[in-house]
Ligand binder design. Structure first.
Ligand code: ZN
Length: 187
């Protein structure tokens, strides 16, 4: 099994901006620690965030948000990509839709995506749908995703589990598993 960690929409807009709230800020410490563990274990980390154009379909639903080139489309300071990470832009909910993510993951030999970021029931869900359709296994550390409300977060997780067979776990559990494999490999 080769995993990659996908970081969805951890942008200024959704954390500190008009569409941000305490719930989205609450996952920052766990996600920051988790990304460090992933890098240490040699797992690719791929950021995929909104970079919208004014003509994008989502404008009708959410209004202008995370517009390409604007400060609101920047990854939050706490989670800045490192030199070995990958950074892709998206223009709709799914991290796979016309972003080159599938080609990147296949080039890296990835067969399992660990989905983190925002929001459990929107972009994480659409990303999971496209991952499922392309044959990837899906893992979701529940403390590294969130939604606008607790109900949306919980029902979002249930949906990922029921419809895409996602393994719902925690960032600590995954980090521990990876640390064990890494230490076995080096002995
Ligand atoms: Zn958007």
């Amino acid at each position: 099994m080769k995993e990659a960690v996908i970081v969805v929409d951890m942008l200024e807009e959704f954390v500190n901006g008009r569409l941000g709230n305490e719930r989205t800020r609450s996952i920052l410490p766990a996600l920051r620690r988790f990304l460090a563990s992933a890098r240490q274990a040699g797992k690719p980390v791929v950021y995929v965030g909104d970079a919208h154009l004014p003509s994008d379909p989502e404008m009708a639903i959410w209004g202008p948000h995370a517009m390409k080139g604007s400060p609101q489309a920047e990854t939050v300071e706490e989670l800045q990509p490192q030199p070995e990470d990958y950074v892709l832009e998206k223009r709709t909910y799914s991290a796979f839709y016309e972003t080159g993510l599938d080609l990147l993951l296949r080039s890296l030999g990835v067969d399992t995506v660990v989905i983190t970021g925002l929001h459990t029931n929107i972009c994480d869900r659409h990303t999971a749908a496209d991952a499922f359709a392309r044959g990837y296994r899906i893992v979701v550390p529940e403390d590294c995703v969130n939604a606008f409300t607790e109900e949306e977060h919980r029902s979002g997780l249930e949906y990922l589990k029921a419809i895409y067979g996602a393994r719902i776990t925690t960032s600590d559990e995954l980090a521990q598993e990876w640390a064990q494999v890494t230490s076995h490999a080096s002995t």
